[in-house]
Design a protein around this ligand. Sequence first.
Ligand code: ADP
Ligand code: MG
Length: 405
Amino acid sequence: MARGVAATGRDWAAVFTRGAVGSARVQLEQLTKRYGDLVAVDALSLDIAPGEFLTLLGPSGSGKTTTLMMLAGFEYPTTGRIAIDGSDVTFRPPHKRDIGVVFQSYALFPHLTVFDNIAFPLSVRGYGKEEIRTRVEAALELVQLGGQGRRMPRQLSGGMQQRVALARAIVFGPRLLLMDEPLGALDRKLRESMQLEIKRIQQSLGTTVLYVTHDQDEALTMSDRIAVMNHGRIVQIGTAAELYERPADEFVAGFLGECNFLPGTVQAFDAASRQAHVGLANGTIVAAPVANGVVPAGAVTLGVRPERCLIREGPGPDAPLIGRVQQVAYLGDAVKLYVAVEGGAETVVVKQLNREGLRVPQRGEVVHIGWASADARLFPRAVAAERSRPLAATPATGERVDHGV
Ligand code: ADP
Ligand code: MG
C-alpha cells in the first residue's frame, strides 16, 4: 500500500521517516518454537509485503503471540529464520530491529507525562531536543491527542492511553509495526472506532503491520490479508473475502464467520457441471459444487452460511430440509432462527436481514430450509474432536434470544 497524506494534508510519513522508505518486507521461514514438548509455533512460513496490513487470527493458544515475539526479538526460534528487507534478523536483539510494538496492556510509564512517554524511544536513540519536540507533537496530532502532552496516563481513558501507546510505537519511524491484541481491553464501540483509527494511521504512514487478534470482526475490518492460525500453524491465508467465500476447511469456515455443518455422503459426481450429489442425513440429495478441483468421496460435511439459507413455507426442490423453529434471536439488524432439522441431529441456523416486510416464523413453527447450490461447500468429514468450537447450534453470548410464546 502506498504511503500517503492523511486528511489533514500533512505528509506524516515524511515527519517520522525523514523521507526514507517507510515499510519493511518480512519473511518468516519455517519458524518453529518449542517449549519442552510443546510446539507453540510449528514450521510457520509467511511473507509480508511492504506496507501490507497482515493479521494473525486464531483461537487462544494457537501461537500468535509467540510468532510476534520472535519477530520482535523477545523470543528466539528453536529452528527457522526471520528476514526483514532481506537481512537475517533471527537472533538480532530487539532494540536493533527498529520495530514498533503495541501490546494489549498499554504499558505506559505511569510516572511520565504523555509527552515523555512518547519521547522515550527518541531519547534512547539519542535524538536532539528540537527533533523530539517536533516528532512527539506530530505523533500526538496523528493519534488525535494534540495538546494533551502534559497530562499523565492515569488522567486518560483506556482508548486515549492506547493511542498514546500507538504514538510511542510510531514516533521513531519504524518500518514495521507489531500489535498484539491492542484493543482487547476496550469496550465494543471504542474498539470499532480504534480499528478504523489504526487503519487510517497505518495508511497515512505506509508502515507494514503484523496484527494479532482472536476477534474475527477486527481481522475482517482491518486487514489486507488474514492468516488463520490453529495449533501453531497457518491453516489458510488470504483476503477476508477469499477466506469467507472459500474456506479451506471446517475450522476456517467456523472460525471466520458462522457456518452450518451438515454430515453427508457423496453419492455421485457430475463431471459436466462439476457438482457432487450429496445425500444428507434426512435422505434428501442435494447438489454442491466441487472446489479446487478436488472431487470428494465418501463421508463429507456440507457447509452453508446462515445468511445464505432461505426459508420457505412449503416444501420444494430448493428447500430440502424441514424442521421446527426452536429459538428466534432478534439481533436488531437481523433475525436468527435456530431450526431443529427432521431426520438429523443438527440445528440449522438461518440468518435473515431485518428488512421491511420480513415475516419471522414463531417458535415451534415448521419451516423448509434451502440454499442455492453454489452457496454450499464440501469438506472432507473431520473428526468431531478436531473442531475447536461447537457447531453454529447455540446462540453466541450477547445475542438476545426470544424464547417465544
Ligand atoms: P496465542 O497468542 O495464540 O494465544 P501463544 O503464542 O501465547 O498463543 O501460545 C502458544 C502456546 O505456547 C500455548 O500453548 C502457550 O501455553 C505456550 N507458551 C507460550 N509461551 C510459553 C512459555 N514462555 N513457556 C511455555 N509455554 C508457552
Ligand atoms: Mg496471545
